[in-house]
Write a protein that binds this ligand. Structure first.
Ligand SMILES: [Mn+2]
Length: 358
């Protein structure tokens, strides 16, 4: 098990790399999508939230990430003693018609293949992604964590339909005609997902890249009238059944699994660790389940962090663990303080488990 920090696109600089090293990280998980450049409501440094117009404008549909660009980031991180363990998320501009089964689907499949090849050539072993039409939508912020620290939560479902021109909670076509996206069914979504895996996994295998699927956050059966893929811990098993390639793995988000209504997420983590299906781990804590839950500090809430780490260690998990979100702490650097607290806690927990059982 290795400790890593997740960095947003605007945080990819030497100061943030040094901060990660100073917190004891050996690896980074990086975002290349810029969620912050045009949204009215996202604050740099905190996780993006947005309103019903999403996180703002997606990237340039015609500019794919290149080997050179990714290598330059790897080199910058290496200069501070860090490796890039994974790139997290596709830009919806590059692949929205795979999610929507739209007219540009064939082109978008080629986009994804090119991106996978570039990531493999740059030597990054994992690509995390989220196969979701509505994306991470419908959450709120408030003083929910201990001591009134600002954290994210959910207060009831969001059924507002998605306007045309939006996918994965970003605007992919600002000139789209008025109207809303038609609702898909769960069957249609699983069909789109299985066609996607069948199209791109051979390229992932050739390129030495693991595709790691994040569960739907928040894990509701529907968000904004669109179906969700993995919204219960047991639905991850279906992902393996769809395509058993060893490169078909999970971006296992423990906090999201803890928000599900089925429960038994501790057992699910044990099972997926035993099956060697975990590309990397998001580890945070949470109280409650959808549609009413609150993100908390890593040591409060209903996730038994030590039990999760013991399962991973028992099955010889070799990947990274990142605190995907942390409450914002009351000081001049709310994001840094929140992450430093989570990373320190995780570092001590990992040390106590790996040193007490070998
Ligand atoms: Mn997550």
């Amino acid at each position: 098990m290795k400790l890593a920090l997740g960095l947003y696109r605007h945080q990819l600089d030497s100061d943030h790399y040094r901060f990660a090293r100073q917190c004891g990280c050996t690896h980074l998980v990086i975002h290349l999508v810029d969620y912050f450049k045009s949204s009215r409501t996202n604050r740099p440094g905190d996780q993006p939230l947005g309103d019903d117009s999403g996180w703002g404008l997606a990237g340039d549909p015609d500019t794919l990430w290149t080997v050179e660009e990714i290598r330059a980031i790897c080199d910058g991180a290496a200069a501070e003693g860090l490796e890039i363990a994974a790139i997290e998320n596709f830009d919806p501009a590059h692949w929205h018609d795979i999610l929507l089964d739209g007219p540009q689907r064939a082109k978008h499949v080629e986009n994804v293949k090119s991106i996978i090849r570039a990531i493999g050539e740059a030597g990054v072993p994992v690509l995390g992604y989220n196969f979701s039409i509505a994306g991470v939508a419908g959450r709120i912020k408030g003083p929910f964590a201990r001591g009134g620290a600002e954290a994210v939560g959910m207060d009831g479902p969001n059924d507002v339909p998605i306007p045309n021109g939006m996918a994965w909670n970003m605007v992919v076509n600002p000139n789209a005609p008025a109207g809303v996206l038609p609702s898909a069914t769960h069957e249609q979504l699983w069909d789109r997902f299985s066609r996607f895996l069948n199209d791109v996994l051979p390229v992932a295998e050739e390129s030495g890249v693991i595709l790691a699927l994040h569960p739907d956050d928040p894990p509701m059966p529907f968000v904004r009238q669109q179906p969700r893929l993995v919204y219960q811990p047991s639905l991850y098993q279906r992902v393996v059944e769809v395509n058993p390639s060893p490169n078909n793995q999970f971006e296992l988000c423990v906090g999201t699994l803890a928000e599900t209504t089925e429960g038994h997420f501790h057992e699910a983590v044990e099972s997926y660790a035993a099956q060697n299906r975990i590309g990397y781990v998001h580890l945070r804590n949470v109280r409650g389940t959808v549609p009413n839950y609150r993100e908390t500090f890593i040591d409060e809430g209903e996730v038994d962090v030590f039990r999760i780490l013991r399962s991973l260690h028992k099955h010889n998990y070799q990947g990274v663990i990142i605190p995907d979100h942390a409450p914002q702490m009351t000081c001049d650097a709310p994001w840094h303080a929140g992450m430093a607290f989570a990373l320190g806690y995780l570092k001590a927990a990992i040390q106590s488990i790996t040193e007490s059982t070998h």
